[in-house]
Design a protein around this ligand. Structure first.
Ligand code: NDP
Length: 330
C-alpha cells in the first residue's frame, strides 16, 4: 500500500519537495486489529501548522512518517467483533491507501443517506466547526448581520447557509467570480470577490452599510481589519482560522485598528472544534433537517489518487477548491 510522508518541513509556502510517496508491505492485521482500505482522505488547512516543529494544540507531524489526517475507508479484514468487512469507518491515520489499526482507533459511520466523503466535510469536522463557531462561539442571535470570510470553503459555506437558514443577512467574501456565483447560489445576500477589491473596508461598507454584528473569521489579516472597521457595538468575532498567515515566515503586522475593540466593546474569541464535541448530536440532527429541507448544499473539489494528495493540499493555499478539498483513493 502507498502512503505520503513528510520528507522535510516547509519554510513559507509548502512545495512538492516536502512530501514523499512511499510503498509499504502491510502484514496481516493482528488480534483485535482491522485492515482498512481508505476510500477518501481529506486535506485541511490546519495541517500546515502541524508541519512546523512547534508545540500547538496538536503535536507536529514527524519527518519520515505518513502524514496524519481524516480518512473514510472500508473494513477489508476484521479480527475484532465490533467491526465487519464492508463497514464504513472514519480514522485519523491519514494519508495512506490501506492500514492496520486496533478497532478502537476507528469510528464506525452510519452514512444515513449521505455519501461517505460527506463525513470529512459538511457532516464531519468542518461542519461541526461551522455550527459550533457560529451558534456557540459567536452566539448568533436574532437580527444579527453576519460576515464570513473564506465563505466558499468547507467551513465558510456551511456558516453562510446556517445563518441564512436562520433568517440572517449574510455577507460572504471569497476569491474569484466562480466562488462569488456559488455564494449567490446558496443565498448569500452580498458576495465580495476580495481578489477584485483594492479596499476591503470600502467593499464591506457597501455590502453592510449599517455594519456587522458577527464576524466568522477564516482568513485573518486584512479581512479581520475590515471586519473591525465594520463592527457594530457589542459585535462578536469567532476566530476560526487565519489562513492568510499560515505560510508567513515573519509575524504579520496588525490588525492596525485593534483599538476599535475597546470603543465598540467587541468580543473576539478563538476556538478549537474539538472543545465543542458535546454539540455533535445537535449538529447532526439540525444538519439532517437542513439537508432534507434543501437549505444546505455543499460542493467538493476532488483530486484522484494518493499521489495527488500534495497537489490537493497545496491547492488549499491557492484557493483551488470550491467547497471541501478531498482526495479520492478508490
Ligand atoms: P477551505 O475549504 O476554506 O479552504 C481554504 C480556502 O482558504 C481556500 O479555498 C481559499 O479560498 C482561502 N485562502 C487561501 N489562502 C488565502 C489567503 N491568503 N487569503 C484569503 N483566503 C485564502 O478550508 P476549511 O473550510 O477547511 O478551513 C477554513 C478555515 O477554518 C481555515 O482557516 C482553517 O484553519 C479553519 N479551521 C479551524 C478549525 C478550528 O477548530 N478552529 C477547524 C477547521 C478549520 P479563496 O479562493 O476564497 O481565497
Amino acid at each position: 500500500a502507498r502512503e505520503i510522508r513528510l520528507k522535510s518541513r516547509p519554510s513559507g509556502v509548502p512545495t512538492h519537495d516536502n512530501f514523499e510517496l512511499a510503498t509499504v508491505e502491510l502484514p496481516d492485521p493482528g488480534p483485535g486489529e482491522v485492515q482498512v482500505k481508505n476510500l477518501w482522505m481529506t486535506v485541511d488547512p490546519y495541517m500546515r501548522g502541524r508541519m512546523n516543529d512547534v508545540k500547538s494544540y496538536v503535536p507536529p507531524f514527524q519527518l519520515g512518517e505518513a502524514l496524519q489526517g481524516g480518512a473514510i475507508g472500508e473494513v477489508a479484514v476484521s479480527n475484532d467483533p465490533s467491526l465487519k468487512p464492508g463497514d464504513l469507518v472514519l480514522s485519523m491515520l491519514g494519508w495512506r491507501e490501506r492500514f492496520n489499526a486496533p478497532a478502537g482507533a476507528l469510528q464506525k459511520i452510519d452514512p444515513q443517506g449521505l455519501p461517505p466523503q460527506a463525513f470529512l466535510g459538511v457532516a464531519g469536522m468542518p461542519g461541526l466547526t461551522a455550527y459550533a463557531g457560529l451558534l456557540r462561539v459567536a452566539g448568533l442571535k436574532d437580527g444579527d448581520v453576519v460576515f464570513v470570510s473564506g465563505a466558499a470553503g468547507a467551513v465558510g459555506s456551511l456558516v453562510c447557509q446556517i445563518a441564512k437558514a436562520k433568517g440572517h443577512t449574510v455577507i460572504g467574501s471569497a476569491g474569484g467570480p466562480e466562488k462569488v456565483a456559488f455564494l449567490k447560489e446558496i443565498g448569500v445576500d452580498h458576495a465580495i470577490d476580495y481578489k477584485a477589491e483594492k479596499d476591503l473596508t470600502a467593499a464591506l461598507a457597501r455590502a453592510a452599510p449599517n455594519g456587522i454584528d458577527v464576524y466568522f473569521d477564516n482568513v485573518g489579516g486584512d479581512h479581520l481589519e475590515a471586519a473591525l472597521n465594520a463592527a457594530r457595538p457589542f459585535a462578536r468575532f469567532a476566530e476560526c482560522g487565519m489562513i492568510s498567515m499560515y505560510n508567513s515566515t515573519e509575524p504579520p503586522a496588525g490588525p492596525r485598528n485593534i483599538i476599535q475593540v475597546v470603543g465598540k466593546q467587541i468580543r473576539i474569541q478563538g476556538f478549537i472544534v474539538s472543545s465543542h464535541a458535546d454539540m455533535q448530536a445537535d449538529f447532526q440532527r439540525d444538519l439532517a433537517g437542513w439537508v432534507r429541507e434543501g437549505k444546505v448544499k455543499w460542493k467538493e473539489t476532488v483530486f484522484e489518487g494518493i499521489e495527488r494528495a500534495p497537489d490537493a493540499f497545496l491547492g488549499l493555499f491557492k484557493g483551488e477548491n470550491l467547497g471541501k478539498m478531498l482526495v479520492k483513493l478508490a
